[in-house]
Design a protein around this ligand. Structure first.
Ligand SMILES: NC(=O)c1ccc[n+]([C@@H]2O[C@H](COP(=O)([O-])OP(=O)(O)OC[C@H]3O[C@@H](n4cnc5c(N)ncnc54)[C@H](OP(=O)(O)O)[C@@H]3O)[C@@H](O)[C@H]2O)c1
Length: 240
């Protein structure tokens, strides 16, 4: 049975992988959740990180995942909800409805059921509270219209941060980290990247490490709950 572990969802690539690897390097017990088995998940497993597969696309699958975790963990030190889907809203209404359902499950239902299901085994060190950290997006406060379904469901996750910070106090802190342009995807054209960077006061793509540093600062601080920490190079101030 694992003790005092930190669960990272969507750890098979990019930011989730980076957070899981850096937590492991910092000496934490990490459980790396993934949907698709990737070279990075194999690399984490080779380091001795516990890995667990689940597609968090519907309630029964999410509840099975919660049960699997409970059967393997005496307690958990924290949960980092990083798993996410990202794409512009389809102009086709039937496709948009499917996107809404997909984004709702990964951004809202999965975090809610995982948090509720694991609440009883989330324990901090000593007198300190345990941690739940939701990875949201600066879009939750200043939305991008083309990504309204993505942004709406991330905004639900932002609101859940505030609600659960009240609900789970004093034994669990609940905070959000809200990235801006940290790692571009194939969806970003050169023109879009240049526009986004021009709107970013710190004028660069931030990378995964600043997201990890924000997560770590929240894990390390026992007296912060119900906040959203932007990691965006200031883009929220100037984003159109
Ligand atoms: N990248 C940025 O600049 C940026 C900006 C703002 C916010 N963020 C936020 O930061 C976080 C990480 O971003 P990223 O760019 O690294 O994300 P990403 O590349 O899209 O990775 C998302 C991860 O979530 C997993 N996932 C998606 N749907 C799932 C499902 N139904 N069940 C289980 N796992 C699922 C994916 O697994 P598969 O490999 O199987 O698809 C993948 O490992 C996300 O929450 C994102 O919204 C990122």
């Amino acid at each position: 049975m694992l003790e005092n572990a930190i669960l990272v969802t969507g750890a098979g690539r990019r930011i989730g992988y980076h957070i899981a690897k850096r937590l492991h390097e910092d000496g934490q017990n990490v459980i790396a959740h993934y949907r698709t088995h990737t070279d990075q998940i194999q690399a984490l497993a080779d380091l001795g990180v516990k890995t667990i597969q689940a597609d968090l696309a519907n309630s029964p699958a999410i509840l099975d995942f919660v049960q699997a975790l409970k059967s393997q963990c005496t307690n958990l030190r924290g949960v980092i909800h990083n798993a996410s889907s990202f794409e512009p809203t389809s102009a086709n209404l039937e496709e948009a409805a499917q996107q809404y359902e997909q984004f709702f499950y990964i951004h809202m239902m999965a975090p809610f059921l995982i948090n509720q299901g694991l609440q009883s085994i989330l324990k901090g060190e000593g007198d300190d509270p345990a941690d739940i950290i939701h990875i949201t997006d600066i879009n939750v406060e200043n939305p991008t219209p083309d990504f309204d379904v993505y942004g709406t469901t991330k905004a639900g996750l932002h609101n859940m941060t505030l609600a659960l910070a009240k609900k789970y106090a004093p034994s669990i802190k609940v905070n959000a980290v809200a990235p801006g342009p940290v790692l571009f995807t194939d969806l970003h054209s050169e023109e879009t990247k240049n526009r986004m960077l021009a709107e970013t006061p710190l004028a660069r793509e931030g990378g995964a490490e600043p997201v990890y540093l924000a997560v770590k600062s929240l894990l390390d601080n026992p007296f912060i709950t119900g906040v959203s920490l932007p990691v965006d190079g200031g883009r929220r101030l100037s984003k159109r």
